[in-house]
Design a protein around this ligand. Structure first.
Ligand code: 4NP
Length: 177
């Protein structure tokens, strides 16, 4: 094992867990979920980093992602079609290390919903972006498909940066053991 590789095994509590959150859990957060998941799988780190997604609303509970999100993601090599929308629950703030909102309104919702003393860092996904933008624009009501491409552009760039930070976190926690 090289000095920078993670340990061979990880108990569930050793994993870094990330929850991506938007309003409906059918467009932006499933995209972020699928993009980060592919980065994790490509590096063989699924035992050490886990990603999920949820919505702050009840609107689309039980639905698969929007067909426009699925199609745009598929053109870039990501598979979203097996995901199923769910709502954020109180236990998420204890089970996940990072709860990352796609926009400021959803961040404010999450900050109100987080039980006092919960473990998760509640942040904007775009806190990890090189861009000065705070929110991933909601593509749901937009005409045409450009909104879904904009979501992918922002999310791909930001998830690459986030993933590098998570890899650093893993190698630091291994050195501490
Ligand atoms: P998302 O997009 O929050 O990125 O999943 C939306 C999906 C559905 C609705 C709004 C935003 N809606 O109002 O139904």
């Amino acid at each position: 094992m090289s000095a920078n590789s993670p340990p061979n095994d990880a108990s569930p509590s050793d994993k870094i867990r990330i929850l991506m959150v938007c309003l409906g859990n059918i467009c932006r957060s499933p995209t972020a979920h699928g993009v980060l998941e592919k980065l994790i799988q490509n590096k063989g780190l699924s035992k050490f980093i886990e990603v999920d997604s949820a919505g702050t609303s009840t609107y689309h509970i039980g639905a698969h992602p929007d067909s426009r999100s699925i199609a745009a993601a598929r053109r870039r090599g990501y598979s979203l079609e097996k995901q199923v929308a769910r709502q954020v629950r109180a236990s998420d703030f204890q089970e996940f290390d990072y709860v990352l909102a796609m926009d400021v309104e959803n961040l404010q919702h999450l900050e109100r919903a987080a039980p006092p003393g919960s473990k998760a860092k509640v942040q904007l996904l775009l806190d990890y972006s090189a861009e000065a933008t705070e929110s991933v624009p909601d593509p749901y009501f937009g005409a045409g498909g450009q909104g879904f491409e904009t979501v992918l552009d922002l999310v791909e760039d930001t998830c690459r940066r986030l993933f590098e930070q998570l890899e650093d976190e893993l190698s630091i926690s291994e050195k501490e053991q």
